[in-house]
Design a protein around this ligand. Structure first.
Ligand code: HMG
Ligand code: MG
Length: 313
């Protein structure tokens, strides 16, 4: 048995829809639609909305409009001290991406490593060790600018190319990113293969090297286990959860991976458990409906579908 902690009173949701949710979409989504989605997500009360990625447009064409997105957000929300209530982290795989992000007005960035060598090669075209070397100058410059850096680790519960991943390997990278200065480490179940017991075993290993309140969980829902895994993680003291509105998402370099856990489903569960998240479910459902309608896609959130079905047409 894994030792459990009391449930947290508040859970911070990191909305990754505009980034993880859209990066895998084949049809180009116009910048105005992305900005409208972000506006609606903020309107629902979310305090962290991952806005885009400063990656190569050849690798992720959908996010090639990162400058446009950030310049609009900058103008509206990030001027001067900006609106302190919402953070818009962006992904930066290397110094070039970091420098572009800073120029575009980003006030927070995220670096992304993997616990699997093969995935690292496919996703960012370098080994895990090389990726750590690439992140070092980003963390150094971010420190000088007093800019928070989030750290992701992919494939923490399995890899599309290597299968099982040893939890010691994940813990080693988590410790490394934390020591390098990441203020939070998000543990990515990129292909959604984890189960609650595996989730708890992994967290028990990592909490010895990174404090539990500096860890976040990031579940894709390929096998329908995401919500159960989140509950198992909350039992271990996790209080930061990544999610994507309408369950959009997937990594273009993880074949067969489906969307992230739907933010609506997470909020419904938290509401039911009397855990605060600061998010208004009804407004969030509208945001998910907006983007699902645009993509002409069935809404990936069961909660949203149930709520929308009950609304008068
Ligand atoms: P590379 O081809 O090895 O890069 O790609 P390079 O350094 O050899 O440069 C090649 C060209 O790319 C050059 O341009 C560079 O200037 C340009 P050229 O001279 O040919 O015209 N370049 C860039 N352009 C714009 N922005 C940059 C940049 N860097 C180089 N930052 C690279 C290496 C890392 C750039 C590439 O592999 C890449 O962009 N990968 C990103 C893949 C990605 O975004 N994956 C999805 C996000 S991760 C994820 O979804 C998992 C997560 O959700 C957690 C989970 O679920 O597990 C976070
Ligand atoms: Mg992801």
């Amino acid at each position: 048995m894994v030792e459990s902690a009391p449930f947290p009173a508040y859970v911070k949701i990191v909305e990754v829809g505009p980034r993880d949710g859209l990066q895998n979409e084949a049809t180009p989504v116009p910048s105005e639609v992305k900005l409208e989605l972000i506006k609606r997500l903020i309107g629902s009360g979310l305090s962290v909305v991952e806005a885009t990625s400063f990656v190569s447009p050849k690798w992720v064409p959908q996010l090639a409009d990162q400058q446009t997105i950030m310049s609009h957000l900058s103008e509206k929300f990030l001027q001067g001290d900006g609106d302190k209530k919402v953070n818009f982290p962006v992904l930066t795989p290397n110094l070039k991406g970091f420098e572009n992000a800073i120029k575009a007005g980003a006030k927070e960035v995220a670096i992304f490593a993997a616990a699997s060598e093969s995935f690292s090669q496919k996703n960012i075209n370098c080994s895990v060790e090389e990726s750590i070397q690439r992140f070092t100058p980003i963390l150094e410059q971010a420190k000088q600018l007093n800019l928070p850096v989030r750290g992701y680790i992919s494939c923490v519960l399995g890899c599309p190319y290597e299968g099982n991943i040893a939890s010691e390997k994940v813990a080693h990278i988590a410790e490394k990113l934390y020591q390098m200065g990441c203020y939070e480490i998000s543990l990515g179940d990129t292909i959604g293969v984890g189960t609650p017991l595996k989730t708890q075993q992994l967290l028990s290993e990592i909490k010895h090297v990174v404090p539990i309140d500096k860890l976040a969980v990031h579940f894709h829902d390929t096998y329908g286990q995401a919500l159960a895994n989140i509950l198992a993680a909350l039992q271990m003291g996790i209080s930061t959860v990544d999610a994507s509105v309408a369950g959009l998402g997937g990594c273009p370099y993880a074949k067969g991976a489906s969307g992230n856990v739907a933010t609506e489903d997470v909020v419904y569960m938290l509401d039911g458990m009397k855990i605060q998240s600061g998010v208004n479910l009804s407004t969030l459902v509208d945001a998910g409906d907006y983007i699902s309608s645009f993509l002409k896609r069935e809404n990936g959130s069961k909660v949203a579908r149930a709520i929308l079905a009950k609304r008068p047409s």
